[in-house]
Design a protein around this ligand. Structure first.
Ligand SMILES: Cc1cc2nc3c(=O)[nH]c(=O)nc-3n(C[C@H](O)[C@H](O)[C@H](O)COP(=O)(O)OP(=O)(O)OC[C@H]3O[C@@H](n4cnc5c(N)ncnc54)[C@H](O)[C@@H]3O)c2cc1C
Length: 442
């Protein structure tokens, strides 16, 4: 007997394949919900949708498959350049908003927020789908439709815990006006899947933007971070920031009793191997390839030392290119073009993790009997040393993700662990420099 659609969906929802994009929750009319946002954050079927609805949900789901080639053909035929690592490219450059307040409030150069504000003020959109922190539960993220520049800025900065933007698809559908949408690659992939079948839920979305995406963490990262400062109850969080202050910023938590704990972003990265969401290691899209414009941090000593905030920005569609040109003409942004190869070199670590590591992990997972997403393309032919490196990384992720390892790390001062982590990471980066860069730009 053929497997029922809802069963196919459930098998994705209950596995590492679930990206937590939120589409199934949003489109299910309350039949699927997130029950444990502070735990595994998986969608749960509380009442089975009918077959037609289940098919719609499965069609919107990027967890099992998203054919990169097919969707590039559908949406990016006019892009003058293309690279398997970066996706379609009209232009790429180092950029930042020229409005100091926007630049300061953004995660890197404030480019995404600046673009949204420009579109809104020029009446090209009536609202923007963004992700802020919940007002009632300030330790959790919350997507919403911003209709003023202030609201857009209130949602600026990266959130490094799980977000499920597409759970507000019903609001997006019923919104009276044109929208810009901001999401992570799997969330964007779901929107593209829905656009490809003219689903009414996305009819209002005219522009798509998004951050680069290395990884995201489970909520356990916040609990662990607090515990290591001897704070037991996260319910007393009043404000949670991941990129507070001057770029690259700090992870900072403010408590209701006035306590503040804060750690530089590079040090707070120690939480990654302990709390990473496995699905981020199955995503091959670092630079948010299916957006109109995407942005990441311009990681290079020359920019990092200057602070202030620099983004690496890629315009992928004619629409995206036009926005950057207009904003530059009006003096609202600085955009200095670089080549695709320079952009890849700047994020060599990330591209190696996503475009090489993921395909090697797929091989390991297949050997162990786990399913993998089908992206319609495979990159192969890596040197043996890269396989060995991947084994070491995966071994570390598995060991450090266990309950005893998480307990142990929460007993140590984050300032100390963070410093050790950054030093170890630098040594690791140097030791693996040539393995990661080998043939990277080909
Ligand atoms: C989970 C995550 C992982 C990242 N990994 C990398 C990386 O490996 N390398 C790299 O160079 N850059 C990475 N970035 C991107 C980087 O942190 C900046 O977001 C990016 O440089 C854009 O900066 P900006 O100042 O233009 O954005 P801003 O002006 O601050 O705007 C950011 C926009 O993104 C939205 N947003 C923030 N977090 C989320 C989220 N979790 N889900 C959906 N929408 C969100 C906000 O609502 C806002 O509209 C990551 C971002 C996130 C959220």
């Amino acid at each position: 007997m053929a497997e029922r659609t809802i069963e196919k969906l459930k098998s994705i929802m209950n596995s590492d394949l679930c990206t937590r994009c939120g589409s199934c929750v949003g489109l299910s009319e309350g039949k699927i919900i997130f029950t444990d946002r502070e735990g595994k954050y998986l969608p749960k079927v509380i009442s089975e949708p009918d077959e037609l609805t289940a098919k719609r949900l499965l069609n919107s789901c990027p967890g099992k498959d998203f054919n990169f080639k097919e969707f590039r053909g559908k949406f990016y035929n006019d892009a003058p350049e293309f690279h398997t690592y970066t996706g379609p490219v009209f232009s790429v450059g180092i950029a930042h908003s020229n409005v100091p307040m926007i630049r300061n409030m953004g995660a890197s150069g404030g480019m995404i927020s600046a673009i949204l504000i420009w579109l809104l003020e020029n009446k090209k959109i009536d609202g923007a789908v963004v992700t802020g922190m919940s007002k009632t539960e300030p330790w959790l993220t919350k997507p919403f439709i911003a209709t003023t520049p202030e609201e857009i800025l209130s949602a600026a900065q990266s959130k490094y815990i799980i977000t499920s933007v597409n759970e507000i698809l019903p609001e997006i559908e019923s919104f009276n006006g044109i929208l810009a949408y901001v999401g992570l690659p799997p969330q964007v992939q779901s929107i593209r899947k829905l656009q490809a079948i003219n689903d009414p839920s996305v009819k209002n979305i005219k522009y798509i933007f998004g951050p680069f995406y290395g990884n995201t963490l489970h909520f356990s990262s916040i609990r662990s971070f607090l515990r290591s400062y001897s704070i037991k109850d996260y319910h007393n969080i009043s404000k949670l920031y991941f990129r507070y202050g001057e770029w690259p910023g700090n992870m900072r938590i403010e408590m209701n009793d006035g306590r503040i704990v804060q750690l530089p972003k590079f040090h707070a990265n120690y939480l990654i191997p302990f709390h990473i969401m496995t699905n981020s290691l199955l995503c091959t899209d670092l630079s948010n390839e299916f957006t109109d414009i995407s942005g990441g941090d311009a990681w290079a000593p020359v920019y990092e030392e200057r602070g202030k905030g620099f983004s690496l920005v890629i315009a992928r569609s004619a629409k995206g290119q036009h926005i950057l040109e207009e904003m530059k003409k009006e003096g609202l942004i600085t955009f200095n073009p670089i080549s695709i190869n320079e952009a890849i070199t700047m994020h060599s670590h990330g591209y190696d993790l996503k475009k090489r590591g993921t395909f090697i992990r797929f091989k390991f997972r297949k050997l162990l009997g786990f399913s993998n997403p089908d992206y319609g393309y495979v990159i192969k032919g890596f040197p043996f040393s890269r396989y060995l490196m991947e084994l070491a990384i995966d071994f570390l992720f598995i060991i450090l993700g266990t309950a005893p390892a998480r307990w142990f790390i929460a007993q140590i001062s984050p300032a100390f662990v963070g410093r050790v982590f950054e030093k170890t990471r630098n040594v690791w980066k140097k030791a693996t420099y040539s393995i990661k860069r080998e043939n990277l730009n080909q």
